[in-house]
Ligand binder design. Sequence first.
Ligand SMILES: C[S@@+](CC[C@H](N)C(=O)[O-])C[C@H]1O[C@@H](n2cnc3c(N)ncnc32)[C@H](O)[C@@H]1O
Length: 335
Amino acid sequence: MVCRAQSIASHLSPFSSRRERPMHPAQTSSDSRPAPRRGAAMGSRSGDAGARGVATNAVLAQYESEEAAQYYSVILGGGGPDLHYGIYTSPDDSTTTASAKTVTVLRQLAEAAGAVFAPGVRVLDLGAGAGGAAQLLAETTGVSVTCVNLCRKQNEANREAVQRRGLSALITVVDGSYDDLPADWTATFDIVWSQDAILHAADKATVFAEAARALVHGGYAVVSDVGASANADAAALAAYVERMRLAEVLTAAEYEEGLAAVGIDILRTRDMTGHIIPNYRRMLGRIARERGRLDACSDAFLDTVVARLRTEITALQEGEAHAWFFLVGRKCGGV
Ligand SMILES: C[S@@+](CC[C@H](N)C(=O)[O-])C[C@H]1O[C@@H](n2cnc3c(N)ncnc32)[C@H](O)[C@@H]1O
């Protein structure tokens, strides 16, 4: 297979400095975590065990408690399996529609770079959550998807949905961490897909290396993530990292560097930051409307989330907060 380095086809517009960006503001603050890093050193496979453990605990605390699970499912996912930002293009768009649009737009960006989604194509979804993207991709294109995800309740929900939707022949759900994939997955997947999940990694370089290892030569990395704006000042970035309990946040340019360092050439990037505030506003509206039926969520929890969302909207309006971006790369170097 001929695989040659290609220039970046679309530029990371607003990423000329960094911002920060959280994910979905439902975390509570915690103590014992390492100082936030930004642009962490690329290259270590194992990463820092302490930081990794803290990141894992933060993720489990963020998503696995009963109230957090209900919040994410109802408020972020609109009751469906998608735990990522949506693309709202019409006031009438439901969360399900907007979430599906995100998956479709990311897939189309990958297809524009040459990736093929079709029966027989093997996709690995890193941080697959409850399987929203995997289920949609399998249903609409016939690809086979292996989902690897840390949160076991989400994995159970994914498995149930896979069975309910008749996708068992196409989707496999694995409990695990994207920074330590099984040894026998080397050069196994045609596409590594990840949506809004790698931000949680204590050491993104390790995840990039694992993604590259799992890809066949010529395979595609297709990623959406929340990261730092190129323009964020250090104090704003530190505040964001603190609010979001992240170990490190990277700019889109740093994702590019990190992926290039493991032999993945970036073919496409797209800044999606403008879509974040509409998502937060929808989430605020949904909290107001659905509060009565969020029986697992305490008022204190929901009040904290509402305050957090408002803080993030203000930070974005002031131009000092996080970013959301899509990247598509192709494995041309490395093993
Ligand atoms: C915002 S959710 C996105 C889920 C899914 N990709 C989606 O788009 O619906 C972030 C996900 O990252 C997963 N995650 C965080 N750290 C992880 C790790 N070390 N290994 C695997 N998954 C991880 C969590 O389980 C969570 O489901």
